[in-house]
Design a protein around this ligand. Structure first.
Ligand SMILES: [Zn+2]
Length: 485
């Protein structure tokens, strides 16, 4: 009975959260602005009262009246160096969180029955730990349900969905403690009865993926740009056979270059939505249903697009970085947190009619395409296979992976100040990850410990750098995906 009541109450909470996030109407503008301001002040107050780190940083600032630009900025190294003091639940300890995440049996489980824990993807160099409570996770789902998918316009009747659960294919890494996985690991039980979730791995060979997708006949496919390119090639080759039930494709975790979006859309005949988010704020945006931009969920986060000196740049102009303030995660306050992405917010209203700000483009997480030769067959190798291995190495300051030859790779790594890294431990971590993906016998891998990693001429470190070149006889469209960020 208690379980039943809790389930009903969870469902009501989800329904209310979804309702509060339905696409805004012009008449709501004032009410929404006030709600955002209230949330912002509540966050500052809460951080000041419960986080010793923020209390120190906020000294001398009138939190009831200050502008956001009066507050100090924050970055990943500061967050990780002071994590115990940043967290607002004084019972949370970094060492306990790390221990919890070191056990794969805890994937999808709540720490202390209330906290979802994950690592950042590490695409900015250093992995970090992110803790959010159940309410914050619910907000993430609610935003996606309310704004992310065309079927939410038919939110009711429930009955229809109960009889015809929407089929989702999620093509990512294998389940783990990384952001996009966390989202699906914690998918609310009550929502599961309206959907059928098929989780596939980007590391499977294309023929395995194709068979699973042919069997599952998804209505929705969510994946990374590189995997979307792969399944597009398989569709064009006639291997992938979808019977017309597909409604939408969603790109996550990687920038989506316009030519690729167009190629995928043309092949599948459905819109590709593009979500810009990160572990620090998974509910940051929802994909626009008309363009390939993302709409900022501006009651859940503040995103300041700034130049190198943290001065705001006007809409329509790309910044040098963004400062993120997460308005819904009170457990681990993230206030004016620096992220090295080059973001452009549109100066014009979006074609789709949404009143939410449009993030037109995101660049900066630049990486080259890696590839491997598996028994004479050339396959794309997502850089994630290496990143995944590093999630538990929180003494890591910077990393870079190099493809130096056919199936040979080198990792360069530097430690945080005052910490040391073991090349042997890093080698073992990567080997484990490669073994999980069935690639341990294929790839030769070396580790170089260095003091620092030299950035490119653009000032950015290229995390995945192919110094060997594309595979022989690369079919067109397999060039490195990203221009220099
Ligand atoms: Zn739009």
């Amino acid at each position: 009975m208690r379980g039943f009541l809790r389930a009903v109450s969870d469902q009501i909470k989800l329904a209310l959260a979804i309702r509060s996030l339905l696409p805004p109407r012009p008449a709501d503008a004032e009410k929404r602005a006030k709600a955002r301001e209230d949330r912002f002040r509540a966050l500052l107050r809460y951080a000041n009262e419960n986080s010793p780190y923020y209390r120190k940083r906020f000294q001398g600032i009138d939190l009831a009246t200050c502008a956001i630009t009066d507050l100090p900025t924050f970055n990943k190294s500061q967050m990780m160096a002071n994590l115990d003091d940043v967290l607002t639940d004084r019972a949370l300890r970094r060492a306990d969180l790390e221990r919890f995440m070191s056990d794969p049996a805890n994937i999808g489980a709540y720490f202390k029955d209330n906290y979802a824990v994950c690592h950042t993807s590490g695409s900015q160099g250093q992995p970090a730990i992110i803790v959010q409570d159940k309410k914050a996770i619910l907000t993430t789902f609610a935003a996606q349900f309310a704004r992310g998918k065309p079927l939410t316009r038919r939110f009711l009747p429930y009955l229809h969905k109960l009889l015809n659960p929407a089929r989702f294919a999620i093509v990512t890494q294998r389940p783990g403690f990384y952001p996009s996985s966390t989202f699906f690991n914690y998918f609310p039980e009550r929502a599961r009865r309206y959907i059928k979730l098929q989780r596939l791995s980007v590391f499977d060979p294309p023929e395995v993926l194709v068979k699973q997708l042919n069997d599952g006949q998804p209505n929705f496919i969510t994946s990374y740009t590189s995997a979307l390119e792969t399944i597009t090639r398989e569709l064009q080759a006639g291997h992938l056979k979808l019977s017309g039930d597909l409604e939408q494709i969603t790109n996550i975790s990687e920038p989506l270059p316009e030519p690729i979006a167009e190629r995928v859309e043309k092949a599948f005949g459905v819109h590709v939505t593009n979500i810009y988010s990160m572990a620090e704020c998974m509910a940051l945006t929802c994909g626009c249903l008309v363009t390939h931009g993302s709409h900022l969920n501006d009651e859940l986060a503040i995103l300041e697009v700034v130049d190198a000196n943290n001065k705001p740049v006007p809409n329509g102009t790309p910044g040098s970085k963004v400062l993120l303030t997460n308005l819904y995660n009170l457990t681990q306050p993230i206030i004016r947190y620096e992220i090295d992405d080059i973001v452009t917010i549109s100066a014009k209203p979006c074609k789709c009619g949404s009143l939410l700000p449009l993030i037109e483009s995101v660049d900066g997480r630049s990486k080259d395409q890696f590839w491997v030769d598996v028994n004479g067959q050339i396959r794309d190798l997502p850089y994630y296979v290496f990143l995944l291995a590093l999630h538990t190495e929180t003494d890591l300051a910077e990393h870079q992976f190099l493809q130096t030859g056919v199936n040979t790779f080198v990792m360069r790594a530097s430690a945080l100040p005052g910490r040391t890294l073991s090349a042997e431990k890093l080698r073992q971590l990567v080997k484990q990850s490669l073994t999980t993906e069935g690639l341990a016998d294929v790839i030769r891998f070396d580790v170089e410990l260095v003091d620092r990693i030299e950035p490119e001429a653009s000032g950015k470190v290229r995390r995945a750098k192919n110094i060997f070149g594309p595979p022989p006889e690369a079919p067109s469209g397999q060039q490195p995906l990203m221009a220099e960020g």
